[in-house]
Design a binder for this molecule. Structure first.
Ligand code: FAD
Length: 659
């Protein structure tokens, strides 16, 4: 009640807003304060607005976007004095108007997005159909078509990386319009959400990859790692051959280096596995394992089985066996939690813990080691999986602890050595020395070397202006600043587009997007369609459809929105129908998130845009998790192989061969 006596009230949490709401109800439907300001709490705002609850409140929003993005709502209660009946009715009708406007806008936005998705799918299907009848070049040299002057009518689009963003781009790009060359140190795409399960053999690594050559046979592929990029002269320096994303300059030195020119580059090398937020002594590939690539997954699987074998050797003390079989995972985000869940399942299976008390326990391959095993999950923040709802976060912790994991929240890593680490609790600063067999680092990411090089090569003025508008958490992580059409600031206008984890949108009215596969894949497909629809992205080279940009854009921080050359020229009905003569900026459609927590339990939070549809934890969540992961595999072959792997593990048990 006391808060109601105040004239100005700032509310940050949804709960407090509801307290105000209930108090208002108890006061006979009248709120006696003057202003309520709510940050990030659209639901509280909506409830507060309901005419049934607070008939004399009305809403002021700074712009229509605010409601949709639920970033900032300013609510103002009516005059605390009793209002005449007429005034109440006027205000009621204002509330109705605002409410219906809010609803209409949200619904319109979602319907528009869904209609766009349907049209996009139709376009993609027709493209894939045409691809079946395409003529493939038979030249063994991947660069022959690229350097062929007879093909100059087709701009050269260079794709850097073969991850989520690039894969989606490759699937959707129209190779009748462009010469497309993909350069990546890995000649395959990886379904990263299943790396954790492949690191313990629940699924095999070959089941969750797809060769880039199969993803789209009409694009060219060159195995190599981008070393440096000149965004002004539009050239990429490439060290030829297979590679890893963890920087290894010695390896690159021995390789042949070539320069590849391009007209438009799609920059999508993702991020590396080591957090750049803070320097931790000893955090290096020599002391820790990562889970970012297929190689990491293989290394981890072999190391875990290796430790079980080592711990079975004679002449070891119990103390040493315990150390060898202590597994530490740092990072309580989706990667850390899923790996902990999968690892716990694996260790429980191979030591027979799952069947403890029954005869089957003794036939487990490492039945004698169960009592030495310890799994620790270290999380710096106060909660696991901060992106999930509070209830689900708590369920994750309970599920892991039930499976035998020691969850150490509010604990940070201070120092790492090959077989031990020092952690410090946030609350009292108490230090603990953990001796262990393995440390897996899943706490944060770092830009790859190529991104760092590119950032140092971009036009500094534009870059600085752009970086100012970028949240510091993003610029610190070295994300390449892009505008809302994914065009890189400070590069030759419109010739460089960055997508996926490596990019970060800057400018007013932009929202922070997480580094997830969902965002990366949607951005990849979006950029491919931007090119397929022949939007002019830049000025200059006449072969590149860009005559309609203003004469001088070199000093502009942001280029004008891309405009469709084809629609201008031909008044093409497709563009008119879809209202895409001026390109729409990238809009992320959030579908929610999933995380496996071990023991046949998972969290599923299904959303559509800003709307939460439903959330589930436990075995129902697990069923949903498995169904979505099967559907989301990028090929039918992968779908079948993944289901087969699950059945194989269930029927024949775990494979503990150390190959
Ligand atoms: C274990 C794990 C689990 C995850 N689970 C989920 C999940 O459940 N849901 C979700 O939405 N997201 C998840 N993510 C995050 C998701 O994988 C990333 O957000 C996504 O991969 C980003 O896509 P990208 O294309 O930007 O980068 P990546 O997919 O990382 O691809 C980068 C590509 O660039 C290549 N490359 C790197 N350096 C160079 C270079 N110098 N030159 C050329 N090529 C280069 C790499 O080889 C790779 O092919 C997970 C990530 C991990 C690691």
């Amino acid at each position: 009640m006391t808060i109601l006596s105040r004239d100005l009230l700032c509310v940050n949490a949804r709960t407090i807003a509801f307290v105000a709401l209930v108090s208002a109800l108890l006061n006979g439907g009248r709120f006696s304060g003057s202003i309520i300001e709510i940050t990030s709490s659209r639901y509280a705002a909506e409830a507060f607005l309901s005419p049934k609850c607070v008939p004399n409140a009305f809403v002021q929003s700074r712009s229509s976007r605010l409601i949709g993005s639920s970033k900032y709502l300013k609510m103002k209660a009516s005059d605390p004095r009793p209002n005449p009946k007429q005034k109440n009715e006027d205000e009621l009708s204002k509330i109705d108007q605002v409410q219906s406007f809010m609803r209409d806008m949200t619904i319109n936005l979602m319907i528009n997005q869904l209609i766009d998705k349907i049209f996009d799918t139709v376009e993609d299907v027709s493209l894939m159909f045409r691809r079946h009848f395409a003529q493939y070049s038979t030249d063994a040299n991947a660069l022959s078509e690229w350097n062929d002057p007879d093909q100059s009518h087709k701009p050269r689009v260079l794709v850097i990386g073969s991850g989520w963003a690039s894969h989606a781009f490759i699937k959707c790009i129209d190779t009748d319009l462009y010469r497309v060359l993909v350069i990546s140190p890995t000649n395959y795409f990886v379904f990263t959400p299943m790396l954790a399960s492949s690191s313990v053999g629940t699924t095999e690594v070959r089941s969750i990859v797809e060769s880039i050559r199969e993803s789209n046979p009409t694009v060219k592929f060159l195995e190599g790692k981008g070393l440096d990029m000149d965004a002004e002269s539009k050239r990429l320096k490439v060290a030829m051959g297979e590679g890893d994303i963890i920087p290894n300059d010695d390896d690159d030195e021995e390789k042949e280096v070539i320069e590849v020119p391009y007209d438009i580059a799609i920059f999508a090398p993702g991020v590396g596995p080591i957090s750049s937020s803070r320097h931790i002594p000893g955090l290096s590939p020599q002391n820790v394992y990562f889970l970012k690539s297929i190689n990491d997954s293989r290394r981890l699987r072999s190391a875990v089985i290796g430790l079980l074998e080592n711990a079975s050797q004679p002449n070891l003390s119990d103390e040493e066996r315990k150390r060898l079989l202590t597994f530490v995972i740092t990072g309580g985000g989706p990667t850390g939690v899923e790996l902990t869940g999968e690892l716990t399942d694996f260790l429980n299976d191979v030591t027979g813990k799952k069947n403890s008390g029954s005869d089957r326990q003794n036939i487990a391959p490492f039945a004698s080691l169960g009592k030495y095993i310890g799994i620790k999950l270290i999380q710096r923040g106060a909660d696991l999986l901060p992106m999930f709802d509070e209830g689900l976060r708590e369920s994750a912790k309970i599920a892991l602890e039930k499976a035998g994991v020691e969850v150490m929240i509010s604990t940070r890593v201070d120092n790492i050595q090959s077989s031990e680490m020092i952690v410090v609790t946030n609350e009292d600063g108490e230090k603990e020395n953990i001796r262990c067999g393995i440390i897996v680092w899943a706490a944060g990411t770092k830009p790859v070397q190529l991104s760092e090089k590119l950032l140092s090569n971009l036009d500094k003025d534009s870059l600085d202006k752009g970086l100012i508008t970028m949240p510091s958490s993003m610029s610190e992580r070295g994300r390449i600043p892009v505008d809302r059409w994914q065009r890189v600031l400070g590069a030759a206008p419109g010739s460089l587009l960055a997508i996926g984890d490596a990019s970060g949108t800057v400018g007013e009215d932009t929202s922070y997007l997480p580094q997830t596969a969902q965002v990366a894949a949607q951005q990849g497909a979006y950029v491919a369609r931007l090119l397929n629809r022949r939007y002019s992205l830049r000025r200059g080279d006449s072969s590149l459809l860009d005559e309609d940009l203003p004469e001088d854009t070199s000093n502009e921080l942001f280029l004008p929105p891309p405009k469709s050359f084809e629609a201008e020229e031909d008044d093409f009905i497709k563009f008119k129908l879809r209202g895409h003569v001026i390109a729409k900026p990238f809009q992320f459609l959030n579908l929610g998130q999933l995380a496996y927590t071990g023991g046949g339990e998972a969290l599923s939070q299904v959303e559509l845009g800003n709307k939460k549809l439903f959330s589930q934890a436990g075995s129902v969540g697990f069923l949903l998790w498995r169904s979505v992961y099967v559907v989301k595999q990028v090929s039918t072959k992968s779908r079948i192989l993944v289901i087969f792997d699950w059945c194989k593990t269930k029927i024949f048990g775990r494979d503990v061969t150390r190959i």
